[in-house]
Design a binder for this molecule. Sequence first.
Ligand code: SF4
Length: 353
Amino acid sequence: MTPPDASSTLAEKTSIELAAEPAEILRLAEQKLLVDRESITFEDAIAIQQLPDDQLGHLADLAHRVRLDYCGESVEVESIISGKTGGCPEDCNFCSQSSVFGSEVAPTGFIPPEQLLAAAEATAETGATEFCIVYAVRGPDRRLMDHVIECTKLVHDNVPGLEVAASLGILTPEQAKELSDAGVHRYNHNLEAAKSYFPEVCSTHTWEDRMETCELVRETGMELCSGGIIGLGETREQRIEFAFQLAALEPHEVPMNFLNPRPGTPMEDRELVSPTEAIRTIALFRLIMPATTIRYAGGREITLGDLQEMGMKSGVNALITGNYLTTLGQNVGNDLGMLEDLKMPIKAVSKVL
Ligand code: SF4
């Protein structure tokens, strides 16, 4: 199946999909990406996805070389904080912050600005350059907009060099412009899953609703961060579909989460993605989006375990460190130690405010 948004025509089909030998498939992918600097097609990606497990190391190695070639060796480190937890009226089936399922997360009010500032200062001390404030809402009202604008100013005035990112759900054009004007540097709004699978994920808003906000963000000049979750029950082919739909959106950054099933949600019994499938999917995302920042996000610890270092060498060039919104992450020191062991420098602060 070819997804509607994937740019693949019969004329573009290459011999990658026709190649019989795994080594030849990888050689042709390398030729396309690193020599001819062309994109791979949907059919190419399917052929690569079907490589046997004994080729996984070679696939990861190719993805790592593509990442180094297109993005360089540095790694962008970010930390996230919940600006408001739980009580969301939407029904995303993986999410413990939805009020629809009666799950484990108790709703909170907005984080006090002074508490947020302390977290921003602690984030900057780790060497991180991005600080993302996330609110569990369908979209912002006036009160939330004012809170985010106040917090953004507070961070800018007190923590030089730390970029503020925000995630407040579905935006109107006026809200997107106001956030951009207030200095929000990056906006996160995940597509979450392939268009063909999204109706299994959520019924209270559509994939197109999410896409519209992503397009608005790009129009205002904020950087767009949009990714999703692997392991929601989608097929392997839908993972490829999803990657091409993200590629068509041209986000600055794609956070890759792996489902960590939350008690009380409709997806609580989903099986974890296997570590080898996770590595394979990271590598494929890199080959499909060679120049995009691909960020390790939630679920990597439980999914990859000891293979997290291999994941970093399969195409990832950014990570969220510390805790996630409703689950514990890896200790910051462990993450920084991992980057040191891998000899991957942390991306320098790009702007002094
Ligand atoms: S993913 Fe976001 S929009 Fe969906 S239920 Fe959770 S907090 Fe709400």
